[in-house]
Write a protein that binds this ligand. Structure first.
Ligand code: CUA
Length: 174
């Protein structure tokens, strides 16, 4: 192998390594989930049956004090439109898409979750202080992409259990 070939080879390896490296900021890695299997969901029947029916969306208190949030991303909104979680508590996010590829981000944080149709994306989040965050789609998903945003409200930990179930699930009901 002469030097020119070696240089070309090393350059190719470097470029190939850069592709996954630029994706590391995404805490969710759909390819790994795909390889692991067991995260499949039918985007067409999301609203009809299974984990992502409307009554199951929103924030749910788990027995260990953490919460689980289930959401659907679709052109051009996140459902529920307003989610509410307690501060300083682990938040297990489960989200899928009804159509295109979206990316759920929370303003002022590094969290970014890629959302694909047919797959459940999971992420572990935690918001240390009460406050309001805009949830913004950061993956171009069509004509309404730039308007695809909703809201996350973080309430004091002790306040959360006192809220009505409807408010916990969707703070637009407040
Ligand atoms: Cu959804 Cu951009």
């Amino acid at each position: 192998m002469n030097w020119r070939k070696l240089r070309t080879f090393l350059l190719t390896v470097l470029v190939l390594c850069l592709i996954p490296a630029t994706r590391y900021y995404q805490i969710d890695v759909p390819l790994l989930q795909f390889l692991k299997g067991s995260h499949h969901v039918d985007p067409v029947s999301l609203h009809l049956s299974g984990e992502f029916v409307e009554s199951n969306l929103g924030t749910e208190q788990d027995s260990d004090g953490s919460v689980t949030v289930r959401m659907i991303a679709q052109q051009y909104l996140f459902v529920p439109h307003c989610i509410l979680v307690p501060a300083g508590v682990p938040v297990h996010l489960r989200i899928t898409s009804a159509d295109a590829v979206h990316s759920l981000t929370f303003s002022g944080t590094d969290y970014a979750v890629k959302v694909l149709p047919g797959t459940i994306s999971e992420a572990q989040l935690e918001f240390s202080r009460p406050g309001e965050y805009k949830t913004v789609c950061r993956e171009f998903c069509g004509a309404g992409h730039y308007a695809m945003r909703s809201e996350l409200k973080v309430v004091p930990r002790e306040q959360f259990p006192a809220l009505r179930a409807a408010e916990r699930g969707n703070c637009a009901a407040q």
